[in-house]
Design a protein around this ligand. Structure first.
Ligand SMILES: CCCCC/C=C\C/C=C\CCCCCCCC(=O)SCCNC(=O)CCNC(=O)[C@H](O)C(C)(C)COP(=O)(O)OP(=O)(O)OC[C@H]1O[C@@H](n2cnc3c(N)ncnc32)[C@H](O)[C@@H]1OP(=O)(O)O
Ligand SMILES: NC(=O)C1=CN([C@@H]2O[C@H](COP(=O)(O)OP(=O)(O)OC[C@H]3O[C@@H](n4cnc5c(N)ncnc54)[C@H](OP(=O)(O)O)[C@@H]3O)[C@@H](O)[C@H]2O)C=CC1
Length: 541
């Protein structure tokens, strides 16, 4: 064989080998791909971070290690926080499968708002030499965060993490968690990174030297037609990811309103008051009686397990296919399986009537309205008036009044949410569909993000029960006592209404002949109506 033919054979063998190995790589299942991998997660102590860790440990049991960036908080050291977190009920299934699962979790001390993310040089060395994939979940999700802090965490920390990722020798994918509302100033949102009128780097440089009061003054001008600093800084973060991605393989996940789990690790898992959860709880406790929302607007809730399954699948796809530019995945339900706020209200109320929360303030009975005047009326009659009476009762019984304070906080919270519950958006979800089509039948089951199968009434019921069990730590066996409490509240209401009626009668009606005539007229009209309906129903029987 001549030199040239042996060379071409060698090239051919190499090409075939390369093709085979890339084919094998493409054919590997998601959990096979994660086998042996070292994963870096930010925001692991948060709602989504915990579900992400749980799913990785449970469905990708051969993953090598999860490196998590954690800070000490509320008097607890980093290790105490991680130990506490691993005791959480969320990890019950993982614990059952592998009681030593904690050995795979390697906490790294980090404060994301500090230079270099406050990671020690030894830890930087470890991370840069072993990490294969990064999931960046950490963020401040508060709607009222001062711009400087939101920028520090949501944008500058992302920039710093990207620069750390650039140094990682074996990194195959960087997945950034954004929000579907990053571009909520648009009605139709494609899976693209939209440019902003301001250059993120210039903004970061300018805000650095500015006084807090000046920043507060210019914040409304900067955020423009976005409702808060959260959505604005998440949009800036996307631009930073695009600009600073260099040679990294990037995926951006944009979930809408992340709610309790649909199926995994069990239905209804939720551990916070964010977004709709706080509203559901406040309504279930009988505190919230009204909220501004449009009955017909799409409630774009997305279960947390769906978001996490899509995120893990996107990690696999990004590493294996290495798309040339960052792929954005709008992770929403509205365009695929729409459900509306009016329907949510109905199912939430019905669930809490059947499964009441303990020690409710009043019987659950909330109504949403899009009318400002009706909303203000109900705020006065159903929130402020009962709060005043209750605080008066507390004062008279020697206790500290608290209800008005609770309502003021509630009004602030629902005021910040109403932007999202009063209008519709249209998200394109081509990349989510494309990703689904790339999965094997088994992966589609294990990492299910097909929201067409979501049964909303069942999901909302599990969500509400989840808030009761996992957020409020209430026992389902106490439901009879909670029902008894609601009956007591009903009797108090009947008594109160009767006393009020007698009072109105004594003060206004009994003193004037004309009021008495009107009163008798109304009563006789009601009586005639009742007799008419009784007679007509007897005839039809
Ligand atoms: C029954 C009919 C229902 C019909 C449904 C109608 C409408 C649906 C409602 C909402 C839909 C819109 C959701 C939009 C989400 C957009 C999607 C995103 O991108 S995700 C990010 C979501 N982010 C949030 O949701 C954060 C919003 N929260 C805040 O910004 C702040 O928490 C705050 C509301 C401004 C309150 O700040 P404050 O300083 O006053 O309090 P804290 O946050 O420090 O909390 C103190 C304490 O209270 C608990 N808490 C917080 N929120 C609530 C709440 N809503 N209800 C009850 N309790 C709440 C909190 O856990 C703290 O407790 P503790 O001190 O024990 O830790
Ligand atoms: N929840 C939702 O409805 C939606 C969320 N998202 C996005 O998903 C991601 C995760 O959200 P979610 O889990 O709900 O948020 P959480 O508020 O539950 O979690 C936030 C995480 O970020 C960490 N973090 C915050 N500040 C710092 C800091 N200075 N240094 C280190 N870590 C910090 C928190 O750590 P610590 O425990 O120490 O505070 C926590 O682990 C975010 O990027 C958010 O924008 C997008 C759409 C909807």
């Amino acid at each position: 064989m001549g030199r040239s033919s042996s060379l071409s054979l060698c090239v051919c063998v190499c090409v075939c080998e390369e093709r085979r190995s890339s084919l094998t790589l493409i054919m590997t299942s998601i959990s096979e791909w994660y086998a042996g991998k070292n994963v870096l997660i930010t925001g692991a102590t948060g709602f989504m971070g915990k579900v992400l860790m749980e799913k990785l440990l449970r469905s990708c049991p051969d993953v090598n290690a999860l490196y998590i960036l954690v800070r000490p908080k509320a008097g607890q050291s980093m290790s105490e926080r991680v130990q506490d977190m691993m005791k959480c009920k969320l990890f019950d299934r993982v614990r059952e499968d592998n009681p030593d699962f904690h050995q795979k979790i390697i906490p790294i001390s980090s404060e994301l708002t500090q230079p270099g993310l406050a990671i020690s040089p030894e830890d930087v060395q470890t991370l840069t030499s072993c990490i294969n994939i990064v999931f960046h979940c950490a963020a401040t999700i508060r709607f009222d965060e001062p711009l400087k802090h939101a920028l520090q965490l949501n944008v500058i920390a992302t920039q710093q993490l990207l620069s750390l990722a650039q140094q990682m020798q074996h990194l195959q994918a960087f997945i950034h968690i954004s929000t579907a509302y990053a571009n909520c100033n648009r009605r139709h949102i494609d899976e693209v990174i939209y440019p902003l009128p301001v250059e993120p780097k210039k903004l970061i440089d300018s805000l650095e030297w500015m006084d807090d009061s000046i920043i507060r003054d210019i914040t409304p001008h900067l955020i423009g037609d976005r409702p808060n600093t959260y959505t604005y800084t998440k949009a800036l973060a996307e631009c930073v990811v695009q600009q600073e991605s260099g040679k990294l393989n990037i995926g951006i996940i944009r979930p809408s309103i992340v709610g309790a789990s649909w199926q995994e690790p069990f239905p209804g898992w939720i551990d916070n008051f964010n977004g709709p959860s706080g509203v559901f709880i406040a309504a279930g406790k009988g505190i919230l009686r009204t909220m501004r929302a449009s009955n017909d607007a799409v409630a774009d809730l997305i279960p947390v397990d769906v978001v996490i399954n899509l995120t893990l699948a996107a990690g696999w796809y990004t590493a294996v296919h290495r798309p040339k530019t960052a792929l954005v995945y709008n992770c929403t339900t509205g365009g695929i399986n729409p459900f509306h706020w009016g329907e949510i209200e109905h199912h939430v109320m019905s669930t809490f009537k059947r499964n009441p929360l303990e020690q409710a303030f009043r019987r659950p009975n909330a109504n949403i309205t899009s009318s400002y005047l009706i909303y203000q009326y109900w705020i006065l009659v159903s929130h402020k008036f009962p709060a005043l009476i209750y605080d008066l009762f507390l004062r008279l019984s020697g206790q500290k009044p608290q209800m008005m304070r609770i309502f003021n906080r509630l009004h602030k919270a629902i005021g910040l949410l109403e932007y999202f519950s009063s209008q519709d958006w249209e998200w394109n979800s081509d990349n989510m569909n494309m990703l689904m089509s790339q999965l094997s039948a088994d992966d589609r089951k294990t990492f299910n993000f097909d929201v067409r199968q979501l049964n909303w009434p069942e999901y909302i019921e599990n969500y509400c029960i989840g808030t009761k069990k996992y957020v409020l730590n209430e026992d389902m066996s106490d439901i009879p006592a909670a029902r008894q409490h609601l009956r007591k509240l009903r009797n108090i209401r009947y008594t109160f209404n009767t006393v009020l009626l007698v009072f109105i009668w004594r003060v206004f009606i009994a003193r004037s002949q004309m009021a008495r005539n009107i009163w008798y007229f109304v009563v006789s009209l009601c009586y005639k109506f009742l007799s008419y309906f009784r007679a007509s129903s007897t005839l039809t029987q």
